[in-house]
Design a binder for this molecule. Structure first.
Ligand SMILES: CC(=O)SCCNC(=O)CCNC(=O)[C@H](O)C(C)(C)COP(=O)(O)OP(=O)(O)OC[C@H]1O[C@@H](n2cnc3c(N)ncnc32)[C@H](O)[C@@H]1OP(=O)(O)O
Ligand SMILES: O=CC(=O)O
Ligand SMILES: [Mg+2]
Length: 571
């Protein structure tokens, strides 16, 4: 068996290589350092890059400031402070106001399917029978140059209606049906740079590249074919404060003005998936009131954010991640307050993702998984959610049936489920510590899943099925931060074993044993060819870092940045 040291990180990880420009026609101040491809150059046109560069120049200082404010808030929480409602914005919370009316095209969002912007999946998702497809450049996409560029091409072809995919092995050509789901696009969060696009000597902001290139190429067609005069539509991830929503609102207004379309054409649903943001929901909607179509419960990142916000609060260690479900008081309160807030402001309150996926080789286990999802969706629709998320087409019939039974012919519950009872939810309700235990099995699962997820991410897969659950960046983050926190405070396991303290020695042993298990499960050939050892080193580094990294994917990103022309893509 390999020793723990085998998996420790090397002194220096993959270095960003020097660049050269080849082929792309770039405007002043823009440098493309990703691989040249004639297909990519149809997206990276001079005018499109100029549009992105203008956004970057106009908003970069606002973004830097917002990220600085996140750091200040972190210091406050690390010094014992708690997030809470902001007394200075009380009047926004208490005054009567509503967001712009919901466009007809997206009034009914009872089931939304999500998935990375991979070509075949985009077609499957649009054809799936769901009302909406959230095409994801975020939690479920490893943001390699190849994945991103192909993703932008796929989105363009999807909006044009010309997207097709030839599966050589099956000799089937996949195309769009006449009826398709409405397309929403989720760009990356504010924190992620795009290291293949330099603007004025600095990496561009990832989400401005995602938004800018997608908007530039698609706004006109989208409004004709998808949005009934509105659009494009977006999901906005991982915000912590309304000042970040204000930047998005300004980006939208800037884009609308540039395109010569009416203010309020672009619409976005904001994921409430950080703990600080739950206290800012009215403020976020207020900033985006002309561009909003609601909020969504991003429950996995929300749990990650709870862990991260309370990283220095040993009195708030979470139990095993499988025990932190929506029935926990703080999670239920969060969902209820999302519903109350959205409906008061006249927009959708979208539910979240149950991580269960269909199980192919075990009928009984599959039935149990579907039953779990059915109950989760029943809770959501009864609570007042207007729609929900599925990660797999196989879950659509179950979720559709649950929502159809409750909504019948109404497109949503915005005006029928006000949830006044939730208006009294307090800071204590939203922060209440969850009940549960910490187990050795939970510790092992965190290790096994965290390493495997990273190994996949490093080879270009941002969402993978592991042990019959979907694992994406948000879910894997929970594993990482939980191990970091248990190690930091030498948490005592109190479930399947008692009195065992989590320390470096235990972690080392668990890593070795779980790596051996992973090798057995995936097979030695795949294990050797894959990135499991690199992932393991990275995971250990992150779990044992003296200071918690804000995001696992920020550090890991350095491993997938490949500058042109030196070296070729590993993906
Ligand atoms: C916390 C969050 O942020 S959640 C939102 C972000 N995460 C996601 O969107 C996850 C999206 N889902 C997925 O990536 C996948 O479903 C996984 C990784 C969970 C499971 O993948 P697999 O095990 O490969 O799925 P499986 O083999 O059962 O797929 C069966 C078929 O459904 C298709 N499919 C699976 N998931 C999706 C999807 N989300 N959208 C469209 N098609 C899909 C597959 O392409 C496949 O098609 P085929 O039979 O013609 O080849
Ligand atoms: O993005 C969704 C989440 O749960 O995180
Ligand atoms: Mg998320």
């Amino acid at each position: 068996m390999a020793s723990f040291e085998t998996f420790l990180p090397p002194n220096n990880s993959v270095q960003i290589k020097n660049s050269g420009i080849m082929g792309y026609d770039v405007p002043e101040g823009v440098d493309i350092r990703g691989r040249y491809d004639p297909e990519f150059s149809k997206i990276l046109t001079r005018d499109a890059l100029q549009f992105v560069a203008d956004l970057q120049r106009e908003f970069r200082n606002h973004i830097k400031y917002a990220l600085e404010c996140r750091k200040e808030a972190k210091i406050r929480y690390n010094n014992g402070g708690l997030p809470g409602f902001d007394p200075t914005t009380k009047n926004i919370r208490e005054r009567e106001w509503v967001c712009a009316p919901v466009p007809q095209a997206v009034a009914d969002r009872r089931v939304e399917i999500t998935g990375p912007v991979e070509r075949k999946m985009v077609i499957d998702a649009l054809n799936s029978g769901a009302k909406v497809f959230m095409a994801d450049i975020e939690d479920s996409l490893s943001p390699s140059w190849e994945n991103l560029m192909r993703g932008y091409i796929n989105l363009r072809d999807a909006v044009n209606g010309t997207i097709s995919y030839h599966d050589q092995a099956r000799n089937i050509v996949y195309k769009l049906n006449d009826q398709t789901a409405k397309l929403f696009v989720r760009p990356r969060g504010w924190h992620l740079p795009e290291a293949h696009v330099f603007i004025d000597g600095e990496p561009a902001t990832g989400c401005l590249v995602d938004f800018g290139l997608y908007f530039f190429h698609n706004y006109a067609n989208f409004r004709k074919t998808q949005g009934q005069g509105f659009g494009p539509f977006f999901y906005l991830p991982k915000m912590e404060h309304s000042r970040e929503a204000k930047i998005w609102n300004n980006v939208f207004e800037r884009a609308e003005k540039w395109a010569g379309i009416e203010r309020g054409s672009i619409r976005a649903t904001v994921l409430i998936e950080t703990l600080p943001a739950v206290f800012q929901m009215n403020e976020i909607l207020y900033e985006l009131r002309d561009h909003s179509v609601g909020l969504n419960c991003g429950r996995w990142d929300y749990m990650f954010s709870y862990l991260k916000t309370f990283q220095a609060h040993p009195d708030r260690l979470l139990p095993d991640r499988v025990q932190v479900g929506m029935a926990q008081h703080f999670m239920r309160s969060y969902s209820d307050l999302v519903i109350h807030t959205c409906h008061k402001r006249g927009v959708h309150a979208m539910g979240g993702m149950a991580a269960h996926i269909p199980i192919k080789d075990d009928l009984k286990a599959n039935e149990a998984a579907l039953e779990f999802v059915r109950k989760d969706k029943l809770r959501e629709v009864r609570a007042g959610h207007d729609g929900t998320w599925v990660a797999h087409p196989g879950l659509i019939p179950t979720c559709m049936e649950v929502f159809n039974n409750s909504l019948a012919n109404d497109p949503n519950q915005i005006h029928s489920m006000k949830r006044q009872d939730a208006s009294v939810l307090s800071e204590e309700d939203l922060l209440q510590k969850p009940i549960g235990v910490r187990t050795m099995e939970g510790f092992r699962l965190n290790t096994r899943v965290g390493i495997q997820y990273l190994a996949n991410w490093l080879t270009g897969l941002g969402c993978v099925p592991l042990y019959n659950f979907l694992e994406d960046a948000a879910v894997a983050e929970i594993s990482r931060v939980q191990i970091w926190q248990w190690l930091k405070y030498e948490a005592e396991l109190d479930g399947d074993v008692r009195g065992v303290k989590v320390n470096l020695e235990l972690f080392g042993r668990v890593v070795e044993e779980e790596m051996a298990r992973i090798e057995r499960e995936v097979g030695t050939e795949k294990f050797m060819k894959g990135m499991y050892k690199e992932a393991c080193r990275l995971f250990i580094k992150q779990c044992t870092a003296p200071v918690l990294d804000d995001f696992m994917t920020l550090d890991a990103y350095n491993y997938i940045v490949i500058h042109h022309p030196i070296g070729s893509s590993r993906l």
